[in-house]
Structure formats: structure tokens, C-alpha cells
Write a protein of this length. Structure first.
Length: 182
């Protein structure tokens, strides 16, 4: 399968578009950074669980573990090292001109975003390859989100409650477009 299944242009999967919109909501970005830094949450996996929850689909610990095993090597090889370089460039050594370092940091940031987009496209393809919706059906999208995130919490450090509730609140208020093909 290719990233263009269902006539979806590269970088325009319903999952990517969902993620960009959700991340842009007030309070979501700082909450995601707190979840990432304090609990080791992969924000792309978190958003994948939420995207599936838009269809009232909850994923089990086994489901989330399988997703983590599939996507973890890419995150560890590409996304995290690039993020670490970008973060390190916030405080360059004195020998480096601050605007030169900032220019490089901006280019690294673009590469980091592309690595994350590729990770999301891989997650989207995983969902497409299943031949049907992931997880099991529950009553509401918010119930699905809470159940899937509870499954994910078994694989990471304890998530900061305030950050997690900020994400749930944004998700509950979010009007997601229909998920196409999944």
C-alpha cells in the first residue's frame, strides 16, 4: 500500500489533517509537550489513538503495544534525535552567532516536522492495512479516547493529569471531519 491510498495526496491523510487541527487548539501544544517530556508520550501515537476515537473505537493494551512496536523504531531512530538537535540549538555555544544557530534550528525544526509527518503517514497506512476499523466499538468518542489513553498509559510513565485533561477537553470540544476509509 502507498501513502496515496484512497486518493489521498502525500501529507494530506485524514489522520495528519486531524492532528494539525487538534494540535492548533488552545492549550493542546503545551499539554502535548508536557506529556512528551514528563511521561515519554509519543504525541503521534497519542493523536493516532484520538483519531481512532473519533469513530468511537477504543484500542486495548495489546493494540497499543502492537502500534508502539511498529512505530517505535522510527521514532527512536529519526524523530527523537532530530528533536534533541533542535532543542540543543536553542542554547548554542558562545562561538556560534545566535542568528546563525537560529537559522539552522529552524531548518532542523522543518526536518523534525517532516519526520513526524512520515511517522503519521506510517500509522495511517497501518490503519488502512487492517481492513477495517481498529479496536472495539464503545458508546462515544470521548469514552473511546479515555479507554485508548488508559491502554497507552500502561506503556509510558504516569501522565501528568492536568496536561492529559487539557487534551481530553480539547478533544471533547473538537469537531473532527469524518474519517475516510477507516
Amino acid at each position: 500500500m502507498s501513502a496515496n491510498d484512497n486518493n489521498t495526496p502525500p501529507g494530506k491523510s485524514p489522520f495528519w489533517l486531524f492532528s494539525v487541527r487538534l494540535y492548533g487548539l488552545p492549550g493542546v501544544a503545551p499539554a502535548c509537550i508536557a506529556l512528551q517530556d514528563e511521561a515519554g508520550v509519543d504525541v503521534n501515537v497519542l493523536f493516532f489513538l484520538l483519531w481512532n476515537a473519533t469513530q468511537s473505537r477504543a484500542l486495548s493494551v495489546a493494540d497499543v503495544s502492537q502500534i508502539e512496536q511498529a512505530i517505535g523504531p522510527w521514532r527512536d531512530m529519526a524523530v527523537v534525535p532530530i528533536r534533541n538537535v533542535r532543542r540543543a540549538l536553542k542554547s548554542p555555544p558562545p562561538v556560534m552567532a545566535p542568528d546563525a544557530a537560529e537559522g539552522l534550528r529552524n531548518r532542523v525544526k522543518a526536518v523534525e516536522l517532516e519526520a513526524e509527518r512520515l511517522q503519521q503517514e506510517a500509522l495511517y497506512r497501518l490503519a488502512q492495512q487492517q481492513g477495517g476499523p481498529l479496536g472495539h466499538s464503545v458508546a462515544t468518542p470521548l469514552e473511546a479516547a479515555r479507554a485508548s489513553i488508559a491502554s497507552y498509559q500502561t506503556l509510558v510513565k504516569p501522565m501528568p493529569a492536568e496536561a492529559l485533561e487539557a487534551v481530553f477537553a480539547a478533544f471533547a470540544a473538537f469537531k473532527a471531519p469524518p474519517v475516510d476509509g477507516v
